[in-house]
Write a protein of this length. Structure first.
Length: 149
């Protein structure tokens, strides 16, 4: 019985990590925010990683940012590649709240389950909050609408 538990633990651990044994390093893709209200597309942009709002849970009426422009397409994230204190890949830069224009320092990192960890903070990372974003496999339609499956 003990051998069965050990085999199950080893199998579960190997499924959680990519073949290299390290967390996936590239945050490119579509991510559902922690509050399930928006889908963010992260893609390379001139040597950095940028994120745009491409889907909204409630796009009608279209929410507006603090400047009165539609949130759909708003570039809210800009980060550059780096490494954390343990040598793991991460991206540091800024995240902008589209509701009020507040700009925060931000760090992105992927865990072994390919969840995106976004830490937004003021001054020091210890003065911040981490959100977990999940990969979004659904479709987005014109006007930032999420396709019903």
């Amino acid at each position: 019985m003990l051998r069965l538990w050990i085999a199950a633990i080893i199998l579960a651990g190997s499924l959680a990590l990519p073949a290299s044994g390290q967390p996936a390093a590239d945050p490119t893709g579509r991510w559902m925010t922690a509050d399930n209200q928006a889908v963010i597309q992260i893609a390379p942009c001139g040597g950095k990683m940028c994120g745009w709002i491409v889907g909204l849970a409630h796009p009608n009426p279209a929410p507006l940012d603090w400047r009165g422009h539609p949130e759909c397409g708003f570039a809210m994230l800009q980060t550059a590649p780096g490494t954390d204190q343990d040598g793991n890949p991460d991206w540091s830069g800024t995240v902008t709240d589209p509701r009020n224009g507040a700009v925060y320092h931000a760090t992105l990192m992927l865990d072994g389950l390919r969840h995106l960890l976004l830490r937004g903070y003021l001054l020091l990372p210890v003065l911040g909050h981490t959100q977990t974003w999940l990969p979004y496999a659904g479709r987005t339609l014109a006007g930032c609408q999420l396709a019903s499956n």
